[in-house]
Design a protein around this ligand. Structure first.
Ligand code: UD1
Length: 364
């Protein structure tokens, strides 16, 4: 079996890591195509080196752009690559513009597409990620769902026959790295200057278009972070830096200490060192849950609804509207309730490879 994985943005590299490792022990051919959506070393290269992912076989170097220009450029560049490779599966990950471009490029050539992390829904049609997820799920041939909830969403959209629950590959990598941190194999993370790693701190990220692109909204969120009574280690995504500069907003003020994005293992170590997490990232919400840290999510909804159980994750779309309750929410202690394992047992990637091999079809 020959599988081509198409990735491009940071969260896809995290998901690719356990999948590439699972392929490594098999006779199957696995090729990696990087669209270049994320090109900064902080968002791309350190994930390949840090997670032991083989270098991409093909790098398209597309870079940033408006949605249409970015997605269209990927589609054009992917077509000849997939035509030359003719894999048994094109494997696409998550919900970025790279996911959608690879899906469209593949289905137009009648190449079977498998979607890893299928069935997630925010039901917020303002989000570019929601467009990408829905369109990808409806075009793909095989839907690899991480949770029972994702399976229910797919069934409601008439996609049950193409769907199979495989667990969440992010658990594979998160737990492996958590154990490496516990064994002392991960150096202390490079937290922003002014954050004492031994004192209480909150770890924060902010990058979603719906939070960064409107100046008033972004100003309100930055005000809320600045007002917290403990240091906030804000690991700034390039989109946040670019949008804050464009809107004339200062990110590092009050409690907020600004740092660069961290490599994956350092990020896990930083979550383990933190009292809690404040974020709009999907992956980080789940990592906080897996690592047993309370998470406050700066969005009106989450795709990872299981994290809301027993208050492990809490949605706070408008921190300013909470008044003094905002500080209480963001600094709340970890719940005492034990966590279930809705995302699987950390062996999802092996299951992904098994299912792909089992369902491989011959094609012209
Ligand atoms: C993308 C995904 C999002 C995912 C996120 C993780 C889409 C629609 N969005 O958002 O789902 O959660 O990745 O990070 O695919 N930039 C750089 N260097 C880079 C990459 C981006 O400076 O390496 C800057 C550019 O100013 C660019 C902006 O960030 O315009 C946005 O990048 P883009 O790829 O459009 O989306 P993300 O916000 O990273």
């Amino acid at each position: 079996m020959k599988v081509v994985s198409v990735v491009g943005a940071r969260p896809q590299l995290v998901k690719l890591a356990p999948v590439a490792a699972a392929f490594a022990g098999t006779p199957h051919t696995h090729r990696i195509v990087h669209t270049g959506q994320h090109y900064d070393a902080d968002l791309s290269d350190v994930f390949f080196s840090g997670l032991g992912i083989p270098d991409p076989d093909v790098h398209l170097g597309i870079g940033s752009g408006d949605h249409g220009a970015q997605t269209g450029a990927m589609l054009v560049a992917l077509e000849p690559v997939l035509r030359a490779e003719r894999p048994d599966w094109v494997l696409v990950y998550g919900d970025t513009n790279s996911t959608l471009a690879a899906t469209v490029a593949a289905v137009k050539q009648h190449l079977p597409v498998a979607h890893l992390e299928a069935g997630l829904r925010s039901f917020n049609r303002q989000m570019p990620e929601e467009h990408n997820r829905v369109l990808t799920d409806h075009a793909a041939d095989l839907l690899l769902a991480p949770t029972a909830e994702a399976m229910r969403h797919l069934a409601r959209e008439g996609l049950a026959e193409r769907a199979i629950a495989v667990g969440d590959v992010m658990v594979d990598v998160c737990l492996r790295v958590r154990d490496a941190v516990a064994r002392g194999e991960v150096p202390p993370p490079a937290l922003p200057e002014g954050v004492d790693p031994t004192g209480p701190y909150l770890l924060a990220t902010l990058h979603r278009a719906e939070n960064t692109d409107d100046p008033e909204r972004l100003a309100g969120l930055l005000d809320a972070l600045a007002a917290l009574p403990v240091p906030v280690a804000l690991l700034a995504h390039p989109r946040l830096v670019a949008k804050a500069a464009q809107h004339g907003l200062t990110v590092g003020r009050g409690a907020v200490r600004v740092g660069r994005p961290l490599p994956y293992a350092a990020m896990v170590a930083a979550v383990l060192g933190a009292a809690g997490v404040v974020t709009d990232s999907g992956g980080l919400q789940k990592e906080a849950y897996l690592l047993g840290r309370p998470c406050t999510t700066l969005r009106p909804e989450t795709e990872w609804v299981e994290t809301l159980t027993d208050g492990w994750n809490r949605l706070v779309p408008q921190p300013g509207a909470l008044g003094p309750q905002w500080v209480a929410a963001a600094t709340r202690p970890a719940p005492v309730a034990p966590r279930a394992a809705p995302y699987g047992d950390g062996r999802a990637a092996v299951e992904v490879v098994r299912v792909l091999a089992e369902r491989v079809k011959s094609h012209p």
